[in-house]
Structures are given as structure tokens and as C-alpha cells.
Ligand binder design. Sequence first.
Ligand code: GLP
Length: 235
Amino acid sequence: MKIITVKDSQQGGKAAFKIFATALKNGAQVFGLATGSTPLTTYQELVSSNLDFTRAISINLDEYIGLKADDPRSYHAYMQKNLFNLKKFKQSFLPQGDATDEQVEVERYNQVLAAHPIDLQLLGIGQNGHIGFNEPGSSFGEKTRKVALTASTIEANSRFFENEAEVPRFAYSMGIGSILQAKQILLEAYGSNKAAAVAKMIQGPVTVACPASALQKHPNVTVIIDQAAAAELKN
Ligand code: GLP
């Protein structure tokens, strides 16, 4: 893993932007995208740049089950607001949270991924080490599936909802197996509440107890962290 330590998330967004720009220049066409607070500065950099994504495809990691695409709390709405309304992509895929048949939706998404291998996958990390919505215990071989969110993730994500009871209990998520298929992976983490997960991801054992530790098995991973998120790393 290549580790880049930055002062704050603003600088992190600039460092992540450079990685996107280089990938695009080198012919990347399929970008795996993430939601949450972490990638916001990266999206701001992409939006204010003149990079051209009109021939690129995006594929998002996950979506809450039960939320319609136009629900402002959905990851669809987040992506529209923070990126797609401001930077044009050729085509964008997300799991459909209100799909009537969950199994059909899972298969559809796995076909999307099979048809469009990801060149660069952007990731955040949960405080419990989750990537996408792959909570601790998720096997490293999984593709897209329906997952149950843990209590700590529900609590952490409740800030985007009126209260904790409103947070959906299930999501569709690309599996760790799908994530590891990406040619290149870029993970960003900012703030002291990510420090323990970051240390386990980089220096802990490769274990399903820390889903992000699976990234140690991938040959092309860059991690961008600020000093607070780097605080529990040894050396
Ligand atoms: C959610 C998302 C993840 C994200 C994580 C961290 O659970 N499913 O993809 O990485 O939260 O979010 P944040 O960046 O807001 O800390």
C-alpha cells in the first residue's frame, strides 16, 4: 500500500484529484465511486476541474434498501447533488434501493460490474473498518449482495437522517470480492475517529474482523490520510 499523509481533507481532495487525473489520462474509463463525508473534497476538485468524464462510466459501491432514487437521503441523491449534476459522465450506475425483487437487483448489479471492470475504485472507511457496506465478518470473496448494517454504522450514519430509527437497516453493497477486482484502489480517511480502523487496515492482520484489511492483498492501493487518521499507525 502506498500511504500519502496530508494536512487535512482539503489537501487530501487535491491529492486524490491527481490520482483521478492520472488514471483518466492513462485511459481509465470506469470509476468506482463512494459516498459519505470523506470523498466530498475529491468531488469538489473534480467538479472545479476541466477533466472530461463524458466518455467515462461510474459505478457506485452501495445504496440503502428502501430509499427511492429521489429520496434526498439516498446515495443516488448524494451523487446527483455532489457530482453528477455538476460533472457529466457518460453513464452512471448505482444499486436501486427500491427495486421490487432484491435477488434480481443483486444479479443486475453484478452484471453491470462484469460488463464494466473498474479501473479506479474510490473508497472511504467506516469506524469499524467497513468498506462499502461490507461490515466486519464479510467474506473477502463476496460480490454485490444485500447486507445488514451494524448498530455502529446505523449510529454513525444517523447524522444524515432525522433520527437513528430512520436509518435503513439493509443496503445493497458491492462485495469485497468485487472491490478487489478493481485495477487500482484509492482509499481516503480523515479525522481521529478513523485512526483505529486505519491502523488495523494497514498494519493489522488480514482478517474479516477488519474488512479494509483485505486491501493488503491488492497490488495497487493508495491510502490518503490526514494526521489525525494516521495517529495510531506505528512508525
Ligand atoms: C458509509 C458508506 C461507506 C463510507 C462510510 C464512511 O457507511 N457506506 O462507503 O465509506 O460510510 O463514511 P464517512 O466518509 O461519512 O465517514
